[in-house]
Design a protein. Structure first.
Length: 248
């Protein structure tokens, strides 16, 4: 991880133009400019937060995709979630406590950095932003509920299809996917298995079956869903009417 010498001014934030994100108002942008400490860059595979270590920053993902995971003593790993542009990183563990998880860059990433110690100042000065942060935390819990249901109740084909639809939906909302329901993400079969509680052999077999059925085309560096609504229905994924997500 390294510091970016020329951080983007909040008024020019590229997230302001993403269709799935709600733009900040001018006075909010002015406050965030003073609240922001700087920007950092991560290379693919680099850790932003290490499991078991304390950290004093909050981050907003400006570009790229991150994965959040926890490990067991024997080296096994559970990927808990994927994080997309606009997501707030650093509130997923209790303040003043070591992180119970690690956050890793799936692709090269860029993040805005904020001081965790001034979090109460943000809430006091801009209650609306405080509400937005609470809403983001609730949305992440909702996403985790969907992933837990996959682990506990969905078949292997439904698990993979559900994850693919969720990833495409998040990517479309944050300017990472094209109109053909295609996103370039180098998610390996090992990482799919680590997310969905499947063996590597079962993951490979499931991906080939979904490809034959025309539901999901999952390659080493790309995901494509020919018919998003059909695949969502198969996976029992409720796409609903997406609300624009706030960010800070």
């Amino acid at each position: 991880m390294h510091e970016i010498a020329d951080p983007i001014a909040c008024i020019d934030c590229p997230l302001q133009d993403c269709p799935g994100l709600r733009s900040l108002e001018e006075h909010q942008l002015a406050f965030m400019q003073g609240f922001k400490e700087g920007e950092v860059a991560l290379a693919r595979g680099e850790l932003l937060i290490s499991e078991g270590q304390s950290h004093q920053q909050l981050y907003t993902l400006l570009g790229g995709v991150l994965i959040r995971w926890r490990s067991l003593d024997d080296g096994r790993r559970q990927i808990v979630n994927f994080m997309f542009p606009g997501d707030l990183v650093g509130l997923q563990s209790a303040f003043d406590e070591p992180a119970a998880h690690a956050v890793e860059a799936l692709v090269d990433a860029r993040l805005c950095r904020f001081p965790r110690g001034r979090f109460t100042e943000l809430i006091a000065s801009h209650p609306g932003l405080g509400y937005d942060i609470t809403w983001l935390a609730a949305q992440e819990e909702t996403a985790l509920e969907g992933h837990i249901v996959s682990l506990g109740q969905r078949s292997a084909r439904e698990r993979v299809a559900y994850l693919a639809v969720w990833l495409i939906d998040r990517a479309r909302a944050t300017c990472l996917a094209d109109d053909g329901n295609r996103v370039g993400l180098p998610i390996t079969q090992v990482q799919i298995a680590d997310m969905l509680g499947l063996s590597l052999v079962h993951t490979n077999r499931t991906l080939r079956q979904l490809l034959r059925e025309g539901l999901v085309e999952w390659k080493s560096r790309e995901i494509r869903i020919p018919d998003l609504d059909h695949t969502a229905e198969f996976a029992q994924y409720d796409r609903g009417a997406a609300r624009a997500r706030p960010f800070i």
